[in-house]
Design a protein around this ligand. Sequence first.
Ligand SMILES: Cc1ncc(COP(=O)(O)O)c(C=O)c1O
Length: 490
Amino acid sequence: MATAAVAARITGSSACLTFRKERGPRTAGPSPFSGRYAPLVIRELFEARAGEDYDLYARGINPQFIRVLRTIGFDRVWARGEGQYLYDSDGNRFLDMLGGFGMFNAGRNNPRIRAALVETLELDTPGSVQLGVSLLPGLLAEELLKRTPARLARVLFTSSGAEAVEAALKLGRAATGRSRVVSTEQSFHGLTLGALSAGGDRHFVERFGPLLPGFSRVPFGDLDALEVALRTEDVALFLVEPVQGKGVNLPPSGYLEGAQKLCQRYGTLFAVDEVQTGFGRTGKLFAFEHWGLEPDLVTVAKSLSGGYVPVGGLLMSQQVYDGVFDSLEHSVSHGSTFAPNDLAMAAGLATLRELDDADLVERSARLGARLLELTRALADEHEVVREVRGLGLMWAMEFGEPESGSVAWRLMERMQAGLFAQLVVVPLFTKHHILSQVAGHDLPVLKGLPPLAVTEQDLEEFASALDDVIAKAGRPTRVAGLALRAARAR
Ligand SMILES: Cc1ncc(COP(=O)(O)O)c(C=O)c1O
C-alpha cells in the first residue's frame, strides 16, 4: 500500500496529507488554564479526609481486601515514604522489605527522580501527539538498548509488566508464524489473560477460564522436558523468568544457557521476563547478564517507573521487529494510548541515571551477599528454616517441618498450606515494623525485595527481628491465635 494511503488509514483522514499549512511562529493565544479557577489542592484533601483511608477504600473499591488487612493488623494509616522506609501516622518507621512488589529499586520518593518528573511537568511537553512522536521515548529506548546485548535492537513501550508480556506473546507469534507458547511451572507473568495463560497459577486462574489455547508449561530447570516441548518446531516462544519470583527459585547451573541453545536449535524465540529481576534487583542491571544470555525478547517494567509512573517495555531483536512491523501497513501493529508517554519516559530516564549515579546495582550485589550471610546463620539456629537463597537483593527463606518432627508444624499445614510463613510476616510487621511478604500462594517461603538503597544496618535489624520471630512463630499459642483470626476473617 502506498505511504499516503496507509497514513490516511491511520489518521482516518486524507486532508491532513494534502493540505499542509505553512508553519508560522507559535502564538500564545488565550490559555484555557489562565484566569481564575479553584485548583484541586491535594494537600487539603489529605488534611480534610485524614484517617479515612481504609473506610473509603472499603466503601468504593474492595472491602474484602480491607478485611484481610484489618484481620492481620496491617491497617496502618501511612503518612510518608522515603527510600527504604515507610512512616505511619503515629510516626513509626517501618523497613520496607517488600518494595512495592519490586517497583522501588531506586527507593521510595527518590528526590532526583521526582525532580526530573516535576521538571517534565513544568516543561508542558507536547507528548502523546499520537500521530507524531516526541523526543523522550527515543531517548529512553536509546538508553535501554545501550545497556543490553546488541541482539536487542528495538523497544516497544507499555504501561505495565503484564502488557509487556502480552506484547511478547503477540509479537512472538507474528514474528515466527507459530502459535504455541511454552513457559515454566510456578512462573508468574501477570494477571491479564495472555500472561495468565503462560503463568497458570491455579489460584489466579480459577473462575477466569478458559485461557488462551496453545500454551503449555515445563518444570523450571528441566532441559529434557523443554526439548520435548520444542522439538515439534511449532513453538513461537519460550517465556522464562531468570529467577522465578514466586518462591524465588534460582535456575540450576547451565539451565538458562541450555534453554537458549534449545530455542536456537528449534527456531523458538527465547523470551526472558525481567519485569521483577530487572534494574539491579539481582546484582546485575538485568539478571540475564549473570549467564551471558542474549535473548530475542526481554520484558521490563516495575522499577523502570522510579516508583512513580507506570511504565514497561518489550525489548526485541531486529528479526522480531522485522517479522511484525514489516510494512507501512503494519507500522502500528501493537501499542496502547498511554505508551509511550512523556512522564513515564522521564521516570525511566531518571531511574536509569539514578541506578548509575548511586551505584545501586553494585550495592544490590554487595548487600545481597551480606543478607544471605546474615540470614543463613539463622538456618543453623532454627530447625524450621530449610533454606535461605537469593541473588542480589532478591531474597527468600524457605521453612519446612523440622527433621525431628513437629506436631505444631503439621497442624499449621493442615489448617493452611504455607501458614508458617504468614506467622513470620505478621509479627515482623506488627512487632518489628518490617514489611515483607509470603512468596506465593500456599508457599512456606518468606520473600524480600527491598529498595536497593537499604543499608547494612537495616539488614542486620531484619536478621535479628527474624531470629526473634521464628523462635516464637511455632509456639502453639500463636498457632491457635492465628487460626481463630483466620476463622473470623472468612
Ligand atoms: C516476572 C513478572 N512478570 C510480569 C509481571 C506483571 O507485571 P505487572 O504487575 O506490572 O502487570 C510481574 C509482576 O509481579 C512479574 O513479577
